[in-house]
Design a binder for this molecule. Sequence first.
Ligand SMILES: Cc1cc2nc3c(=O)[nH]c(=O)nc-3n(C[C@H](O)[C@H](O)[C@H](O)COP(=O)(O)O)c2cc1C
Length: 326
Amino acid sequence: MQDVTDLPFMRLLAGYGGPDLYVTEYFRVTPDSCLDAATLRSITENETGRPVIAQMIGQDIPALLRTARELERHPVAGIDLNLGCPAPVVCRKDAGGGLLRQPERVDEILRALRGTIQGRFTVKCRVGYADKAEFPRLLEVFQKHDIQMLTIHGRTVRDAYKTPVHPECVAMAVQAMTCPVIANGNVVDVPTGAAYLRRTGAAGLMIGRGAIRNPWLFAQLRAHWEGRTAPSPGRRDLLEYVHRLYEETAAFHRSPCPEKQVQKMKRYMVFISTGIDEGRFEHRIRRAAAEDEFFSICREHLDRDEPLPVRPPVESSVFCGFSALD
Ligand SMILES: Cc1cc2nc3c(=O)[nH]c(=O)nc-3n(C[C@H](O)[C@H](O)[C@H](O)COP(=O)(O)O)c2cc1C
């Protein structure tokens, strides 16, 4: 995830169990782009012990081919094309989720990339641009090319993050595709992860925001499937996680001053603080400016022996619609 799942975050996550496979933040691809140095470090310095796939976003075919070749000179487990980003600035340029409006263009891009990428080629998509009725046509296009994995964020681009996911679309893709299909969107705990797999038959889950909020989530899911006792972190464990995230990301990005680092932490805290103390933690942390103020708010809400809320509240503005997965 852009500006979030960078190398220090991947490292930290690995310490809590981590996923089986990582995907980088996307590399922006334009006719004159070059590989972003910080994102490249997620590949060249990946010490998680798990493979990492490099993701690209763009629509210019020669530039995508050049970038894929450059990326394949590094130890990547595959190259992924982003067909899901809903950011208006991206969609206006017919990249990311914007490309889903043009299945013929997607067809052309996939053909060119498949002809160039030597190793694994994977796609991340949504279930349509404006309507999930577009999805069968998109699946026809994806099926034509020898892709090794299709990850589906089960919403349309227009849905952004506001609606429940559509597990029936992911289930349709599982039936249609010969490659593994990965279900994504609103997995926040073990029941939502288990339900998404049960309702779709997907080969696996991709987890984004839920893992920022709860880095133990991968270990909890593994424990569930292996019949072991799952880790049940408390508030103090979350406080320690916030401290480590602060230190690791500050060191990596060489934060020029603590105030900047506090602002950077807010990208993570939106997800971490949600649902704790009826929104008071989130409200206060949004307004923190200085480092000591930031940590004092964190201590006030987290420095005690109490279990964490298992999932965000249903009315949470950053995690909507997950209850549809139960
Ligand atoms: C801040 C942020 C940045 C994101 N950046 C990317 C990205 O670079 N590439 C990508 O494929 N998806 C990106 N996404 C989308 C997520 O990968 C995921 O599809 C979406 O958040 C739904 O899954 P979740 O509910 O598990 O978070 C981003 C999401 C957020 C919230």
